[in-house]
Design a protein around this ligand. Structure first.
Ligand code: M6R
Length: 615
């Protein structure tokens, strides 16, 4: 959840670290810090609680400079956000500085052993054991710093991405990875480390994705990677294809708003990659596995968390409808603890924007142990999920920096539509004509979303009527039930207005008790004609009878609900199966403007972090 950067080279590390941390702040933002090896031989440490801007101010007031440094932006796990608990952490002598993302699970035992040897700890963090362990090993003599790092990590259990510098070694930056993401940016006469590619986009065009159990030694002239047992590793250097603008706001007031507006382009990219000119679906790298699994699999199991889980719920409906195969979904955090019983031939689909969500990864590992093949729907190239899957469908949405997921979600929905069509064709559940019809309708979705975006001012005006309410209820049926859940999640996570998503048919089983003249009820009422539409209208009547304030998302031209709803948001009409792709954009804008009116920090909602790498 935390962000890490590091630099070794001829330039002053400080502006490079700050630039990188700015691009990683979405990973955690309760405190930040840097360690810089200065020309006078001192190791300067500066930390501040709160946003990165506080650290920047401190650096302006007390400038430090040097060609070797590490930086960190924190999402607290062990110990409250405070300067003492902020990274970097030091050993007892103040010569070794460490930044860490992850959790050292056996830190209490390690700490007790070290305390028994006289080490004094300053913080409540798990991280602090690492510099002390390295110090203790080096004290014994006869080992290089690299050997000491490897030995220390052999006794650490848990997850880590680490950046390590030594006061007495001004031209070496060390990095290690196990379970938390870390990349090495390979430059010309300078090297970087970072939790994620956007942090170093302007600076290098080649990266190494470290593997679990690898330690890298970076010197200005080059990078050497070895395994924890000391054997050399042969890292693959990959070209960076992302453009720097992808990680910038491009004139939008927030990343979230930019990402909402990027959706038509993102979906077009995905369609261009996977729909052939003749209208058939080609899943590229994932094709071979799906071909092998289509007839063989008895069941599909979708694993994911948060917003990605709602995409999974949508995917399940499509797979059952278009591919005619039983499908279930589970939350990563539940699947791993419920003693699942799976049919022998189960195809697992893991969904994750980041590809680093700890619970999703753990559930994928369990599914694999149980014999499942795993296809992942993922947005981040080089992520852990991609490496641990048998095949992947990349959503290609580009970096999503706003903590609230938007474009990654609609790309996941689109990926499921493509996957369900392909599975349907392979299983004979869809014929060629139907495939062509569906892909033709998919191709219209980006334009439909443009039309929703064009209504932003109207949606903003509606949200202004409700932003002061304490609660909101979101209702949808069948394909739009996951969208009701996602609309409510989006609202609560960025505006802090309590919001519940419900299957509209369930309302009378409990949440109807909430309805009064103060409660906005956001209802998804498209398309105009399908078998659940009448049921939805009955639910609206039930809300009306209890004086609830209805905000209805309706199809353009559908005037039938105007008398019933206080407010309507018209959106282009498509088939029911694809309506979630259009409807969710209206709910994203509704949540956005609600949050803005409530004065929230939209890109960095309180307590959240973009990628949840702890359980
Ligand atoms: O990176 P992932 O898609 O695996 O993340 C899963 C959830 O943590 C994520 O979707 C979260 O719910 C977002 N904040 C939603 O906006």
């Amino acid at each position: 959840m935390c962000g890490i950067v590091g630099y070794v080279g001829p330039k002053n590390a400080v502006p490079l670290l700050i630039e990188g941390l700015k691009r990683l702040e979405y990973r955690g933002y309760d405190s930040a810090g840097v360690a810089v090896r200065q020309a006078d031989g001192a190791l300067a440490i500066l930390k501040r609680v709160g946003r990165l801007s506080n650290l920047e101010e401190a650096l302006d007031a007390t400038p430090v400079a040097g060609g070797l440094g590490i930086g960190h932006t924190r999402w607290a796990t062990h110990g409250e956000p405070s300067e003492i608990n902020s990274h970097p952490h030091l050993d007892g002598s103040g010569r070794i500085a460490v930044v860490h993302n992850g959790i050292i699970e056996n830190y209490l035992a390690l700490r007790a052993e070290l305390e028994a040897k006289g080490h004094v700890f300053r913080s409540q963090t798990d991280t602090e054991v690492i510099p002390h362990l390295i110090e203790e090993i080096l004290k014994g003599g006869g080992k290089s710093r690299l050997e000491a790092i490897r030995e220390a990590l052999r006794s650490a259990r848990g997850a880590y991405a680490l950046g390590i510098v030594f006061r007495d070694e001004p031209d070496a930056l060390y990095a290690a990875r196990c379970g938390s993401p870390l990349i090495v940016g390979v430059g010309d006469g300078e090297q970087f480390i970072a939790s994620d590619v956007p942090a170093i986009l302007n600076r290098v065009n080649k990266v190494i994705y470290l593997n679990d159990g690898e330690v890298a030694e970076l010197r200005p002239a080059g990078v050497a990677v070895s395994k924890l047992d000391g054997t050399p590793a042969a890292p693959e250097i990959k070209a960076v294809t992302l453009k720097a603008e992808a990680a910038e706001r491009a004139g939008f007031e927030t990343f979230m708003l930019k990402e909402i507006h990027e959706q038509p382009r993102v979906l077009r990219t995905l369609l261009d990659a996977h729909v052939r000119k003749d209208g058939s679906v080609d899943l590229g790298e994932a094709s071979a596995l799906l071909e092998a699994q289509a007839q063989n699999a008895q069941r599909v199991l979708i694993l994911s968390c948060g917003t990605a889980h709602y995409a999974g719920m949508y995917g399940r409906l499509l797979i059952e409808r278009w591919a005619d195969i039983p499908c279930e979904t589970d939350l990563g955090s539940e699947f791993r603890y419920r003693q699942p019983r799976l049919p022998e031939r189960t195809l697992a689909i893991a969904v994750s924007q980041s590809g680093e969500t700890a619970d999703t990864l753990a559930s994928v590992r369990l599914a694999r142990e149980m014999g499942c093949k795993v296809v992942s729907i993922c947005n981040v190239p080089g992520s852990t999920l991609l490496r641990e899957s048998d095949a992947a469908l990349l959503t290609q949405a580009g970096p999503e920096i706003g903590v609230a997921s938007t474009k990654a979600f609609t790309a996941q929905l689109m990926a499921f539509a493509l996957l369900a069509i392909r599975l349907g064709r392979l299983r004979g559940a869809l014929d060629e004509k139907r495939e062509r019809e569906l892909t033709a309708e998919l191709a219209r979705i980006p334009d439909y979303i443009h039309r929703v975006l064009d209504r932003q001012d109207d949606i903003r005006a509606i949200s202004q009527k409700y932003y002061e309410c304490f609660n909101a209820l979101y209702l949808g049926r069948r394909f739009n039930y996951p969208i009701a859940l996602e609309g409510a999640l989006k609202n609560k996570e960025i505006s802090y207005q309590h919001a519940e998503g419900y299957a509209a048919g369930e309302m009378k089983h409990g949440p109807i008790a909430l309805i009064n003249e103060l409660l906005p009820v956001v209802c998804l009422c498209t398309p105009t004609a399908d078998e659940v539409r009448d049921k939805m209208v009955s639910n609206l009547k039930e809300v009306e009878a209890r004086k609830g304030r209805i905000v209805a998302v309706v199809a353009e031209g559908d005037e039938s609900l105007r008398g019933l709803a206080q407010d309507v948001i018209p959106v282009p009409e498509t088939i029911e199966e694809l309506s979630p792709l259009v409807n969710v954009v209206a709910l994203q804008l509704f949540a956005y403007h609600n949050a803005k009116a409530r004065g929230a920090d939209i890109d960095k909602p309180r307590n959240l972090a973009k990628s949840v790498t702890v359980e």
